[in-house]
Design a protein. Structure first.
Length: 72
């Protein structure tokens, strides 16, 4: 899933469709997710386990596959 701090625009929807990306995108216009994760910089990436606990947090997108593999 992706969370953006702006409204989900038609341009973003077209980009996701063009790239054949099917994950949900949520708008955090009230900054509730930003506050919950104490995160104000973008982009930031979090890997949560099956219980919803944050297991990994970083700014490097290329690390995510290895971190997810650890949890499987």
């Amino acid at each position: 899933m992706a969370i953006t701090d702006e409204r989900v625009s038609d341009d973003l929807r077209r980009f996701l469709a063009d790239q054949k990306l099917t994950f949900p995108v949520y708008a955090d216009t009230w900054r509730q997710a930003s506050r919950a994760f104490s995160q104000w910089g973008t982009p930031s990436y979090f890997v949560l386990d099956a219980d919803g606990l944050v297991r990994f947090e970083y700014r490097e997108l290329n690390q995510i596959p290895a971190e997810v593999a650890v949890l499987q």
